[in-house]
Design a protein around this ligand. Sequence first.
Ligand code: FMN
Length: 144
Amino acid sequence: MSIAVVYWSGTGNTQAMAEAVVRGIVKGGAEAELLPVAQADPAKVAAGDVFALGCPSMGAEELEESEMEPFVQALEGLVSGKKVLLFGSYGWGDGEWMRTWEERMKEAGATLIGGQGVIANEAPDGEAVEACEKAGEALAEAAK
Ligand SMILES: Cc1cc2nc3c(=O)[nH]c(=O)nc-3n(C[C@H](O)[C@H](O)[C@H](O)COP(=O)(O)O)c2cc1C
């Protein structure tokens, strides 16, 4: 079963991270499916034991409200026992949105790949791209 990488991205920064996660998954020997959240079905995504979710910090340290927030709400009832990678880009904040998101997923019973989300300031630099690729490899490993 291919590993779903579901993301929302307004200006492409989180999308670049999602693409790096996909490269890591493939490098790790698994198949990946890159899915804009508007095209993703929560039940189908949660049918996998491992998957990745990406969203930038929007609103005031929140998930994007019209597509990603409802998707994550739907997933919260489905992720107990699942291994999930969180990632996303932010601008001027200190990563608060990701800490809140990590707590939500842990409270819903998910295990976070790497123990925490992978974050990048605006467009991911080389180091952030590498962190996404490594996290993708860890996802592939966790799926074995
Ligand atoms: C409407 C809006 C709200 C934002 N709110 C925050 C915020 O609360 N904290 C923050 O650090 N960055 C915030 N940002 C900056 C984005 O998170 C940042 O530009 C990010 O790289 C966008 O990722 P994307 O290219 O995947 O859309 C906001 C950007 C927009 C457009």
